[in-house]
Write a protein that binds this ligand. Structure first.
Ligand code: AMP
Ligand code: MG
Length: 409
């Protein structure tokens, strides 16, 4: 048994960052840039108004006060998307809308709320203004040629906005890993079918595929395979040719018919670890297929018990998928903390992931540890809203202990 931190380190060491591909900008959110991107143009593209108001020459308002307002002749209205026909000369102003180009001659904008109608269609101003006020200047945000985003950046909608404003329509990003998901077990039937005597529905397949789909990772559903090495080998060897990552549930324990690990070995995968000091999920297997000149392919053998399978997917498979996509490590994250409401016994030699109901309490959170917990208890997990970490070393959680937790989303 290795510790969960050692397991994560081994996964991180072995998972390669995949190669690059070019994709449309509008599909690039949550992807990692494979190269620096430089500004093609300055932003803003041209001097423009930050307000609805009047474009004018600040010098004209030098002496304006409420007692001694200044009136300026209004030449025209400049709308966003249009350009001014006339130059603004001393004693003149142009009505201007937000985003419209600043007319020649004008150096400042006064917002409409700070003006009044004057005589003969003029505008009356009762105070001075600074030059460039409410003017968004060409290049003040982004200078042409500057580095907009660096290789390795995780693209957010803000970055998509920046690139769109630059007219960048395609971006080089790290490609997504292809994952193949297989449920094994003689007892399993597809969840759309009626289980016969002694059989159960495959809940791991739908659960794992749902999580992968939420993470934006393309996954192939390999369905169900029996506990039969030849059948398992046939499905997995075909899938290994297409996929970067195999995720198999079931058959990794010490049962008489558990054959997942031996089939992985037959397929050339090197066992990196088997058994991690966690509960649920102890029999977790991780293997790698390393071939010269090609990125390593990874295989995870998750326990068959549905809650263990999902916890292992989130805790160990997800970090691998993120590394493959070029992310800096970010999952899982237990940055919240809460005080346990109740005692709960646990194995001292393992970290336990505890399903809890978390609620705000006294400026922090209180965690009700759901009793009982079990790696096959689907109803239990569904009632939880948080997953807390109880560290290895202690044989119980005591009421009042402060535990790290994350929301179960
Ligand atoms: P195993 O890891 O193959 O020993 O399976 C452990 C437990 O998980 C057994 O009770 C299995 O019936 C159950 N199990 C295995 N695979 C699945 C699955 N895909 N969906 C639901 N339960 C499963
Ligand atoms: Mg089994």
């Amino acid at each position: 048994m290795i510790s969960p931190d050692e397991a994560l380190q081994l996964i991180d060491d072995l998972a390669p960052v995949l190669g690059a591909e070019t994709i449309p900008l509008f599909r690039s959110v949550d992807r990692v840039l494979a190269a620096d991107i430089r500004a093609r143009t300055a932003l803003p593209l041209f001097d423009n108004s930050a307000m609805d108001g009047f474009a004018l020459r600040a010098a004209d308002l030098k002496d304006a006060t409420p007692q001694n307002p200044v009136e300026l002749t209004v030449l025209e209205t400049v709308r966003a998307g249009a350009t001014a026909r006339l130059e603004v000369k001393p004693g003149e102003a142009a009505r201007i809308m937000t985003g419209a180009p600043l007319p020649r001659g004008a150096d400042s904008v006064v917002m409409v709320e700070a003006t009044e109608a004057g005589a003969d269609g003029k505008v009356r101003l009762a105070g001075a203004t600074r030059a460039r006020s409410h003017v968004r200047e060409r290049g003040e945000d982004v200078a042409e040629g500057s580095v907009l985003l660096e290789k390795g950046a995780l693209l957010r909608p803000y970055d998509v906005a920046l690139l769109a404003a630059q007219g960048i329509v395609e971006v080089p990003v790290i490609r997504l890993p292809r994952v193949a998901v297989l449920a094994t077990g003689d007892e399993l039937v597809d969840h759309r079918e009626e289980p016969g005597e002694g059989r159960i529905r495959n809940s791991n397949g739908p659960a794992l595929l749902a999580a992968l789909s939420r993470w934006g990772v393309p996954a192939e559903d390999l369905g169900i395979a029996p506990d039969e090495p030849a059948a398992l080998r046939a499905v997995l060897s075909a899938a290994l040719a297409r996929a970067d990552v195999l995720v198999v549930t079931g058959g990794v324990s010490v049962g008489d018919f558990d054959c997942t690990k031996s089939v992985f070995a037959d397929l050339g995968l090197r066992e990196v670890f088997w058994k991690v000091a966690i509960k649920p999920g102890k029999p977790l297997y991780f293997g790698a297929l390393e071939a010269p000149g090609a990125p390593a392919k990874l295989a995870f053998g998750l326990p068959g018990n549905p809650i263990a399978a999902l916890v292992c997917l989130e805790e160990f498979v997800r970090p691998a998928l993120e590394k493959l996509q070029g992310y800096a490590p970010k999952h899982p994250s237990y940055h919240l903390s809460g005080a346990a409401d109740n005692d709960y016994p646990k194995p001292a030699d393992r970290r336990q992931y505890l399903f809890c109901r978390a609620r705000p309490s006294a400026g922090g959170y209180a965690l009700e540890i759901i009793r009982p917990q079990g790696s096959a208890m689907l109803g239990m997990a569904s009632r939880a809203n948080a997953l807390a970490l109880a560290p290895a070393g202690a044989d119980r959680v005591r009421r009042g202990d402060v535990l790290g937790f994350r929301w179960l989303k």
